[in-house]
Write a protein that binds this ligand. Structure first.
Ligand code: HEM
Length: 495
């Protein structure tokens, strides 16, 4: 009797108890994978629900023998430890490189020495004294000749428009122009189909699925060109074709025609740092692809959630518009400089709230080089998989208070009326520690400029009945876009 109790009843009781306590079941053989697949449309919310019940850390069990168990954490102490204090022991690891193979030798995919070369070189370009004015010109040009004409066209007949799609086109054109000196013109009144612009979304969805499927399964799909893997392979071909074509155009330019742009500066920066065996053209293609992903999707996603939240908070919208109006002092939108944008405290708070509640990079990988114990007490084995849920960090009452689910730009006001700064392991949207986002300032400037241009000219209303939810992708885009109607206003007349 005792033996029966030990073999059957105790495990069954434990299984049922855990099942009742957590909204996910650890099934024999399949682990938690069935529940993850069934809840893929709300993967981040499910993780948040579980993390709230498990004090911020839990082990997601994959199928037996598949070796895809993952330790999920949103505990700021663990995050601070892995991203900063013990950074050396927590590279992204070979598993990340495997899943993100399409990123090649780019910065997102590299660790150790190669990462240092990338980081130093990209930073030297972004910190160049001429870069801020290059960036301001780049954004204003795209707003004036791309975004505003399209918004005028769709608002003139109260047409529904997908704001997320417009932002994606905006950031794609802007990053191409900045990096490659070539504006593909995807944001124009005709909204042309530009294959490379669309390929990013397809690729990011496929990469998300690779996290939850056993490696053998997605590798098999890749080999036989099936499902999302087929779309991913097609997307890669589109990226290669687009980027190499831009290189050819640049190579064809005579030296005197060639502007000292970002691409040339990057190429010069890498000179002498790469081994002789490196295929330089492929290396530059990987570098550009990584920067295009960094520049297109994060900013457009954050802007979409910002306008989604703003449309539901008319008081915040009014306060932001009043603040801009005060700074404009009767002048036109174009007169706002990057320096002026830094003074818009309400706008800054609104954007930070969107980034807190909907961080575009919602999760991050780590894999310890050596076994370790996290500050939460969890033991992690060498090369095990750890997922940092940035999405959950912004939604924990213990971190942001009881009103953590509310959109409150005022949260970001200091006592003296300026901007309040929060530690990066708490406000984690831009990552933390030595791998902190290199484009944080650039992204904030871009978002503030685009948001200001829209708020000065339009009131944005959500289309009733349109479902807004996160897509199953590595970037927290909106699955069905952001359908809105735009109503023209004149900021200097608005009361
Ligand atoms: C709202 C805007 C943005 C957000 C929320 C954001 C967020 C992030 C996050 C979370 C990471 C860490 C990713 C990882 O290691 O896996 C990262 C890294 C990075 N970001 Fe951004 N980013 C934004 C805009 C930009 C822009 C506009 C650029 C410029 C092209 C940029 C360039 C980079 C680069 C180069 C890295 C790699 C840093 C490293 O590994 O050392 N980001 N960003």
């Amino acid at each position: 009797m005792l033996l029966i109790l030990i073999i059957f009843l105790i495990p069954a009781a434990l299984f049922l108890h855990r099942r009742r306590r957590l909204p996910i079941t650890n099934w024999p053989f399949f682990g938690m994978t069935p529940d993850v697949l069934l809840n893929s449309h709300r993967a981040h919310d499910l993780a948040t629900q579980i993390l709230k019940l498990t004090n911020g850390t839990f082990l997601l069990k994959g199928p037996w023998f598949a070796n895809i168990d993952m330790l999920y954490t949103s505990d700021p102490a663990n995050i601070h430890y892995m991203l900063s204090k013990n950074f050396q022991n927590y590279p992204k690891g070979p598993e990340f490189r495997n899943i993100f193979d399409i990123l090649g030798d780019g910065i997102f995919n590299s660790d150790h020495e190669l990462w240092e070369i990338h980081r130093k070189t990209i930073m030297s370009v972004l910190k160049h004294p001429e870069f801020p004015s290059l960036l301001e010109t780049n954004i204003k040009k795209k707003v004036v000749f791309g975004l505003l004409p399209v918004l005028k066209s769709v608002s003139s007949n109260s047409q529904e428009t997908d704001l997320q799609e417009l932002f994606q086109r905006f950031t794609f054109d802007a990053i191409c122009d900045l990096l490659l000196d070539y504006d593909p013109g995807s944001l124009s009144v005709e909204l042309p189909f530009v294959p490379c612009e669309k390929a990013f979304t397809e690729a990011e969805e496929a990469l998300f699925w690779r996290h939850f499927l056993p490696e053998q399964v997605w590798k098999l799909q890749k080999r036989f060109g099936m499902g999302k893997e087929k779309k991913l392979s097609e997307a890669c071909m589109v990226f290669d074709e687009f980027i190499y074509k831009c290189f050819d155009i640049k190579d064809g330019q005579k030296e005197e025609e060639e502007k000292l742009g970002v691409l040339t500066s990057l190429m010069r920066g890498f000179e002498g740092q790469l081994g002789t065996s490196t295929d330089k053209r492929k290396f530059m293609k990987d570098t550009v692809l990584n920067l295009m992903i960094a520049g297109r999707d994060t900013t457009s996603t954050a802007l979409s959630w910002f306008f989604y939240l703003l449309a539901q908070n008319p008081t915040a919208e009014k306060n932001i518009r009043d603040e801009i109006k005060k700074h404009l002092g009767g002048a036109k939108w174009e007169s706002l400089s990057v320096k002026d944008l830094g003074k818009l405290v309400y706008l800054h708070g609104g954007i930070c709230e969107a980034l807190r509640l909907y961080p575009p990079v919602a999760l991050e990988h780590k894999s310890p080089s050596a076994a370790d114990v996290l500050p939460s007490g969890h033991v992690v084995d060498e090369h095990s998989r750890i997922i940092l849920s940035f999405y959950t960090v912004g939604r924990m009452e213990g971190i942001w208070g009881e009103d953590c689910m509310e959109f409150k730009p005022e949260r970001w006001f200091s006592q003296r009326g300026g901007i309040k700064h929060e530690p990066s392991y708490k406000f984690i949207a831009f990552h933390a520690g030595p791998r902190t986002c290199l484009g944080k300032e650039m992204g904030m400037i871009q978002m503030k400029m685009v948001a200001t241009a829209i708020i000065c000219h339009y009131h944005v209303e959500l289309v009733e009945g349109h479902e807004v939810c996160a897509s199953d992708s590595i970037i927290l885009q909106m699955k069905y876009g952001l359908k809105v109607r735009l109503f023209p206003i004149d900021i200097n007349q608005a009361s």
